[in-house]
Design a protein around this ligand. Structure first.
Ligand code: ATP
Ligand code: MG
Length: 382
């Protein structure tokens, strides 16, 4: 968390030491738009080691000229004026080239709406035409769009993210350049692309962004998401992050290995998609085996695909009413079964427990110690 007021203290302290400093980028944009700020970036001609002498800091990205400044419990990213972009050809530059002026610094930034400066007196300094574009609600690259997308194709995905967040239009020349440069996305680290897609899916104007993704044919270069993006456009309600990926990978048939999902998420999308294909309805054993979250997600997918009703309430109720939710809930423990049968552990034990779980779930066997004991004695042969 950080505030404009705190950022001004940081700026004033830098100025007292003879440096220049401004709030820059997203914070200025969101301040003008009067929408909540996420983080505040400050740009300055002070070098990282000079910033560290003035404030309590953490070296966040020293190589790129960034230090985090702590000021009254809040943090500010303070970056030295630079000429090169965040990344070149989709890769980290080995080292950065510092710039002399704030003007050079803003001209390396992605979009005009992200290239504004604000000083400690709330005055906006605009070297890129960003003020007009904010008022006209336009996303436009700073400088020649083809050059800017060639430098870093991630900016393509960032354009969609900002469209989703702000509901702005993408300027025609910028949009044409996105179409022209779309194959360059293959050179960008998948992790960075995924990050922007996830941010995009959380915006208020997702549908507009997805419409642009499809118009510029960018959906065709995002592995496994092509059908998902096309299908989503037909829906009234836009799916949230998990539902979008589960829907896309169900339509695609698998989770492409290119995406750096955590194992947990990869598993989640694989199982939800398997369940969506196999089940319209979720019987007690499926609910018990896969848990409520995956069954709800699979039903969301089928609901979006028009293959099933929205069963959210029913699934929640059915899950709540399961006689047991885990084999630990069985009123007869494995050790007790072994004692009762006088047998050592083995695969028979796991199989027997599974049978009992199924019988209990289907309410053919009561989850009571005496009933379970009787079942064991009846079913285990010498
Ligand atoms: P938000 O934080 O609301 O998502 P933001 O504009 O602050 O939006 P960040 O990703 O935090 O976006 O980046 C901060 C600033 O750094 C941007 O406003 C932009 O000026 C610059 N920037 C970020 N990524 C790039 C890029 N790939 N190419 C050029 N400039 C960039
Ligand atoms: Mg930001």
């Amino acid at each position: 968390m950080s505030t404009i007021k705190g950022a001004k203290w940081v700026i004033n302290d830098l100025k007292k030491k003879g440096f220049e400093a401004y709030i820059v980028g997203g914070a200025v944009r969101d301040h003008i738009l009067r929408i909540p700020l996420t983080d505040i970036d400050i740009t300055t001609n002070a070098k990282p080691h000079e910033v560290s002498k003035i404030f309590r800091t953490k070296p966040t990205g020293l190589k790129y000229g960034t230090v985090t400044v702590f000021m009254n419990e809040e943090t500010y990213e303070v970056t030295t004026f630079r000429v090169d972009g965040e990344y070149q050809d989709g890769r980290h530059p080995d080292n950065v080239t510092f710039a002399e002026t704030a003007e050079e610094d803003v001209k390396r930034r992605d979009f005009t709406i992200n290239g504004l400066l604000m000083n400690e007196k709330n005055e906006i300094i605009d070297y890129v035409g960003g003020k007009n574009d904010i008022h006209a609600k336009i996303i436009r690259t700073i400088g020649n769009p083809l050059d800017r997308f060639n430098e870093d194709a991630l900016r393509i995905m960032r354009a969609f993210y900002f469209q989703s967040k702000l509901g702005f239009q993408i300027d025609a020349a910028t949009r044409d350049a996105i179409y022209e440069s779309r194959l360059r996305l293959k050179e960008v680290a998948m992790e960075r692309i995924l990050n922007e897609i996830i941010k995009m899916l959380q915006g208020t104007h997702v549908k507009r962004a997805i419409q642009s993704i499809v118009t510029t044919k960018v959906h065709e270069v995002l592995p496994g998401l092509e059908k998902g993006f096309l299908y989503t456009l037909k829906l009234d309600e836009m799916p949230y992050v998990d539902a979008f990926f589960a829907l896309s990978f169900t339509l695609h048939g698998s989770v492409p290995t290119e995406w750096p999902f955590s194992n947990k998420h990869k598993h989640r999308y694989e199982v939800a998609s398997m369940l969506a294909k196999k089940h319209q309805d979720f019987d007690p054993y499926t609910l018990y085996t896969y848990g409520i979250d995956l069954c709800l997600l699979a039903n969301r997918v089928n609901f979006m695909l028009g293959k099933s009703k929205n069963l959210k309430t029913k699934i929640e109720l059915d899950y709540e009413n399961l006689p047991i939710q885990s084999d630990l809930d069985l009123k007869l423990r494995a050790t007790e079964i072994m004692k009762l049968t006088n047998k050592k552990a083995g695969s028979w034990l796991k199989n027997l427990q599974t049978e009992m779980v199924i019988e209990v779930l289907n309410r053919r066997l009561k989850n009571e110690k005496s009933a379970l004991e009787a079942y064991v004695l009846e079913h285990v042969k010498e």
